[in-house]
Design a protein. Structure first.
Length: 270
């Protein structure tokens, strides 16, 4: 990449499952599906059955010299009341779930699903495995929405399942956000959020006189490209803009909008 700006990989990756009624999980069916379709090796309930741990022995990580642990997914069934103020940023930047606000207003409880010892996996495998576990759980629970903490997005469970099964592996893990800069002559900022937790740069562009939908499509496309190919861009490289034969320069920078992270800033051609 040719520069020192890099994002640190998140040691754990989590989503918040939202419920209108007291959460119900059919752990037997979840376990059967994971074992039959994905080779899950072990499921452990703690004594009070609040924590359910799904273990995949085919995926391992060396946490320190000589100590290798299996990748695990922890479902914390000890639900809590939803903090609607904390979820607000995700609601503000969710664009593909028409009834997100209405659904989240109905939600009363939340549970957490997290991976453990997965940060050393190839990020593609990590994302794919997390999607598999989440998708399987969603098929056997009364969850009404998913809050993607890292990508600040709310997903409809049925839509998420359908889109993941069609191969849209970044459907929840990558989001595109829009902000208007104050006192900047109508200039807007769009960025992706979600890639930084995998150690990749998110994408950023500040612009005017271009439609937000064009920039959103561009950023989402480059976000998927970086996820598939890694950060192969050097500062000063040119990328395709929104028009045919249009070249825009890109460079790695600190993000303009929180969370603070490294982004690949794409500069529109004047």
């Amino acid at each position: 990449m040719g520069q020192e700006l890099v994002n640190q990989i998140n040691t754990t990756y989590s989503v918040e499952l939202l419920f209108e009624e007291v959460p119900i999980f059919d752990i037997d069916e979840i376990t059967k599906d994971l074992f039959r379709n994905y080779g899950i090796s072990n499921v452990v309930n703690n004594e009070n059955k609040e924590l359910v741990i799904f273990t995949f022995t085919e995926y391992q990580a060396e946490v320190q010299e000589g100590m290798v642990l299996n990748v695990q997914y922890i479902l914390n069934r000890k639900y809590s009341k939803i903090d609607h103020e904390k979820i607000a940023p995700s609601l503000q930047q969710t664009w593909d779930f028409e009834k997100a606000n209405e659904t989240v207003r109905r939600a009363k409880y939340s549970c957490l699903l997290s991976d453990v010892f997965a940060s050393q996996l190839d990020y593609r495998s990590r994302c794919e495995l997390f999607n598999i576990v989440l998708l399987t759980i969603l098929k056997h629970t009364n969850c009404i929405a998913v809050n993607w903490i890292l990508s600040q997005k709310i997903s409809d469970p049925k839509s998420f399942i359908s889109r993941i099964e069609k191969g849209e592996y970044l459907n929840g893990a990558l989001n595109v956000r829009l902000f208007k800069l104050e006192q900047a002559n109508g200039e807007m900022v769009m960025d992706t959020v979600g890639l930084s937790g995998f150690g990749l740069p998110d994408i950023q562009c500040h612009f005017n006189n271009i439609t937000a939908s064009e920039i959103a499509s561009l950023l989402y496309g480059y976000g998927n490209y970086i996820f598939e190919n890694g950060d192969i861009f050097e500062d000063g490289d040119s990328v395709e803009g929104t028009r045919v034969n249009e070249k825009w320069i890109c460079q790695h920078e600190r993000s303009l909008i929180p969370p603070r992270r490294v982004v690949l800033n794409i500069i529109p051609q004047k």
